[in-house]
Design a protein around this ligand. Sequence first.
Ligand code: FE2
Ligand code: FE2
Length: 165
Amino acid sequence: MKRKEKKDLEYNLIIKDIINSEEFQKRKNFSHHGKISVYDHSLSVSKKAYKIAKFFKLDYKSAAIAGLLHDFYEKPWQDDKTKYPFFKQHGFTHAQNALINSQKYYHEYLNETIENAILRHMFPLNIVPPKYKVGWIVTLSDKLVSMEVFKYPSMLLLLLGIKIR
Ligand SMILES: [Fe+2]
Ligand SMILES: [Fe+2]
């Protein structure tokens, strides 16, 4: 087996139970930005975080799972028409919501590193930075993946989870 195939197999084994679960499959219908679903976005972040962590010989398993669950918040926010006060907007609140929701559905896959990475992934918008290197990798991967789809300056606030009306 080639090295890449071995890596893919290893990665798939880490994530398969979560991505195949009913609750995670629902993220295919959550819009992240534009045509990209939360499912696709989370998978991209997970893959990138896994690769970077592996490169630096860090805990790549936690990186892959944290990447997958970093945006695992409860409800699709783009269709939510409620007008929230600025600091109650999605960008500021969804990391904590994603952590609570991950604990609800995937408790057995979590550890302290993963939980902290999920909770702190919106640094610097949320001012407390990640505690562990894996958390920094997830934060960075999230930004890199989001920037790849960032085509217009007006999308920046949306990327951050803020709606101006
Ligand atoms: Fe996020
Ligand atoms: Fe994200």
